[in-house]
Design a protein around this ligand. Structure first.
Ligand SMILES: Nc1nc2c(ncn2[C@@H]2O[C@H](COP(=O)(O)OP(=O)(O)OP(=O)(O)O)[C@@H](O)[C@H]2O)c(=O)[nH]1
Length: 550
């Protein structure tokens, strides 16, 4: 049974029917403004316990199995078998060579067409984000942590069973320790009363002695479980990876959430917002990168409700969550499909664009991994030929994800030709998802537009029946500057969605709302880390809970 990471459900129809029949006792909070009642909270707690036990079972049954992560992390491994380079490879039967065919079609650019470097920046059209050089060991945090924590485990708990998979759990354990340390540093005495939802002694006692290494039954787990339950998931379908991801997302937005929640609690709940209250909320949202347009709309909608009804703080915040979710989901009502799932047994082509440094290559690797895990036949076309190292980088990610990469080793070779070869290979092999890497830093906007438009023409001509998406990768730490980038790219290519990366950095998260509001584009994926598992399809529910959830 394959879990489809794109729709975050098992594929089996039977499974889905069963799911309908045995929906978790914990109900999705229906009202916009209802606090979780004790009964529901208890349901969530029971659900969380069941989910925890389920993960325990999964861990036990996966012990002794070969560790996929270890394989993925091994550096310098031979590349995926049969990696096809555009040059020197036998062509797919009946396929004319890409360059020849493109030439015949008058597509190939005359040499020297590229204009002088730096023009684009001089025009201020597209600024490459300043990213610090990252030392090799920092790029592979998982491996480093795995060694460190397995050593710790040896000294402190020699008899403990070896966690599996080691590297994943070791990373989770290291993250937990860091989180606990942060929590201790910032701990404030608080009454425990409300909290069936928080770690209770009862809850902890139930799982005592059988704690999953690196995954305590704590507040983070309960929050993640509640978020999954509220979306209609079944406890026995919850995996360690999903919980870890949600915890990571929440942790990434921790600073913004604390600041927003503290300010909102102090302001809302006292009837309609007065001028000072409006200004305070405005400032809080702008500081969180929500942008002027989205901020105005949010305040307007909230004010409207508060004029109609006197809501206590918790209900006002719950209503605010609803406003934010609706804003994030609006593109689905207007133009785009809410389910961003590659169609099975069909060629899906996702063209990935974005300035260099935004995280394009990493994102392609992560999506390739999700795709492989979800059972899709996957292929990558390395069409960022502008930078020689880009091709090498995407190959490394391809081998981590165990996905073949179609590339042309010649620097500055025509990217459209690589795309052509990529599509030929995909068609010959029955590929279901072809991910196309593109160059982000051409010398000026015109070149960027020309190249992306040309890639798109090749895709449309060579694969007229394919389901094509153009996704923009945006570094969330750039805040409002990212919006300018999005605008330039949307002029160059007909974008169908955005992938926000680096939410684990200094990003404040509100940029997601600004993008959706100003560009009308849906957020399709979010990335929060450099590891292969650190990207998931976007869920407005999860995002808003992580942004202003209690
Ligand atoms: N912290 C964090 N770092 C990320 C994330 N996504 C990518 N990165 C890092 O950002 C840097 C740039 O990522 P790349 O994938 O190389 O970006 P690119 O857009 O392909 O740019 P080029 O490699 O220059 O073509 C790398 O150090 C990545 O590890 C993320 O979600 N979180």
């Amino acid at each position: 049974m394959v879990f489809n990471w794109f729709r975050r459900q098992f594929n089996e129809k039977e499974q889905q029917e069963q799911e309908q029949a045995t929906k978790p006792t914990a109900k999705q909070p229906e009202s916009d403004a209802e606090e979780t009642t004790p009964d529901v909270a208890e349901d969530y707690l029971n659900w969380a316990k069941a989910a925890y036990q389920n993960i325990q079972k999964q861990q036990v049954s996966s012990e002794g199995e070969p560790e996929a992560e270890e394989e993925l992390e091994a550096e310098g491994e031979p590349e995926a078998e049969g990696e096809l380079e555009a040059e020197g490879e036998p062509e797919a039967e009946g396929e004319p060579e890409a360059e020849e065919e493109l030439e015949a079609e008058g597509e190939l650019e005359a040499e020297g067409e590229l204009e002088a470097e730096g023009e684009l920046e001089a025009e201020g059209e597209l600024e490459e984000p300043e990213t610090e050089a990252v030392p090799e060991e920092v790029r592979e945090p998982a491996a480093a942590l795995a060694i460190e924590t397995s050593e710790q485990a040896e000294t402190s708990e020699p008899a403990a069973p070896a966690p599996a998979p080691v590297s994943f759990l070791a990373r989770a354990e290291a993250e937990r320790q860091a989180r606990m340390q942060r929590l201790e540093e910032t701990a404030v005495e608080a009454p425990v009363e409300e909290d069936l939802r928080r770690p209770t002694t009862a809850g902890q006692r139930d799982n005592e002695g059988t704690e999953i290494p690196g995954l305590p039954f704590d507040e983070g787990f309960l929050w993640s479980a509640e978020v999954l339950a509220a979306q209609g998931r079944r406890a026995d379908q919850v995996s360690l990876e999903e919980i870890t991801w949600l915890q990571k997302l929440r942790q990434s937005l921790d600073k913004t959430r604390r600041s927003l929640i503290n300010q909102l609690r102090a302001i809302v709940g006292q009837g309609p917002l007065n001028k000072a209250a409006v200004m305070e909320i405005e400032t809080a949202l702008l500081q969180a990168d929500v942008g002027v347009e989205a901020t105005d709309l949010i305040i307007e909608a909230l004010q409207q409700k508060l004029k109609e009804e006197a809501l206590p703080p918790a209900e006002a915040i719950a209503y605010l969550k609803k406003i934010l979710r609706e804003m994030l989901d609006r593109p689905f009502q207007e133009k785009y499909n809410a389910n961003f799932v590659p169609e099975k047994e069909t060629l899906n082509i996702w063209v990935i664009a974005g300035v260099n440094g935004a995280g394009k290559t990493t994102t392609i690797g992560k999506i390739a991994h999700l795709s492989k895990q979800s059972g899709y036949k996957t292929l990558i076309a390395a069409a960022d030929t502008f930078r020689a190292a880009a091709v090498e980088q995407v190959k490394v990610w391809g081998s981590r994800a165990d996905v073949e990469v179609i590339a042309n080793p010649v620097k500055n070779s025509d990217p459209a030709a690589v795309v052509f070869d990529g599509i030929s290979a995909a068609q010959a092999r029955g590929t279901e998802l072809l991910l196309v890497d593109t160059a982000g830093r051409l010398q000026n906007k015109k070149n960027l537009m020309d190249e992306l438009a040309k890639i798109r023409r090749i895709v449309d001509r060579k694969a007229p029946d394919a389901v094509v998406e153009s996704l923009l990768v945006l570094d969330a730490t750039l805040g409002q500057n990212g919006l300018r980038q999005a605008q330039v790219f949307s002029e160059a290519i007909n974008l169908s969605g955005v992938i926000l990366t680096k939410l684990d950095g200094t990003a404040k998260g509100g940029i997601a709302l600004a993008i959706v509001q100003q560009m009308g584009l849906p957020i399709r994926f979010i990335g929060a880390g450099e590891g292969i598992e650190d990207l998931r399809p976007f869920s407005s529910y999860e995002f808003v809970e992580a942004l202003i959830g209690g």
